[in-house]
Design a binder for this molecule. Structure first.
Ligand code: ADP
Ligand code: MG
Length: 219
């Protein structure tokens, strides 16, 4: 099932269907070549496919899903169009920072972080002001959904980041519940460093014919 992918040639971002502003911003950020996981995941992700992408820590997985969700996003539509589930608050903060860096050349794109350990009230106020992207932990996102603070009716991209760690932390049921509250006509991108058994089970629950990508550790 797994197709090892190890591109022999360096890949620039210019071959991708990204806006000129985004391409210029990537150059400014010093992102001159795609990493192996970006080169393997971005073309099918930009075609709208569901993905299960596996690559080690530090391989650039965040930009692989962030560029795909930003390409799906209409900045003029002030509604939650993408959601990223992360295992911890630290990782959610890192993902939020990276999405903001990658989105800074676009029109104002608002990202709200929803994690536990923070008062609900401030998060509710942020949601009431409106957001394009939500990044958070499954437990707190489920909490907001149960309280009907989160409208996911315009969502078109759901990302599970560090899915293996979320499973280790016992988030299987929350992830399934959150996914069931998303519109079924959406893209789901799952990223993980390893491939424990629970990932295939998650995929069976709510992914559509996912393409599986494995980038072996570089040496
Ligand atoms: P992972 O999620 O796979 O652990 P990250 O997305 O956190 O990896 O990326 C690791 C580091 O690599 C970050 O500092 C990020 O800014 C940088 N990075 C990602 N993609 C590129 C690229 N194409 N060119 C240069 N640096 C990159
Ligand atoms: Mg990561």
């Amino acid at each position: 099932m797994n197709t090892p992918t190890s591109p022999a040639e360096p890949h620039g971002f210019a071959s991708l269907a990204l806006s000129p502003q985004t391409l210029a911003n990537l150059t400014q950020l010093g992102y001159t070549q795609m990493t192996a996981i970006q080169a393997a995941a971005l073309p099918p992700a930009l075609l709208g496919k569901d993905l299960i992408a596996q690559a080690k820590t530090g391989s650039g997985k965040t930009a692989a899903f962030a560029l795909a969700l930003l390409a799906n996003l209409n900045p003029r539509r002030f509604a939650i169009q993408a959601m990223v589930l992360c295992p911890t608050r630290e990782l959610a903060d890192q993902v939020t920072t990276e999405i903001r860096r990658l989105a800074r050349a676009e029109e104002n794109i608002k990202v709200v972080t929803l994690c536990g350990g923070v008062a609900l009230r401030g998060q509710i106020a942020s949601l009431e002001h409106g957001a394009h992207i939500v990044v958070g932990t499954p437990g707190r996102i489920m909490d907001h959904l149960e309280r009907e603070n989160l409208d996911l009716s315009a969502l078109n991209t759901l990302v599970l980041d560090e899915a293996d760690r979320m499973l280790d932390m016992g988030f299987f049921d929350d992830i399934v519940k959150v996914a069931r509250q998303c519109p079924s006509a959406r893209q789901t991108l799952l990223f993980s460093a390893t491939y424990p058994e629970g990932i295939a089970k998650l995929a069976q629950q709510f992914m559509k014919n996912p393409e599986q990508i494995v980038v072996q550790a570089q040496h």
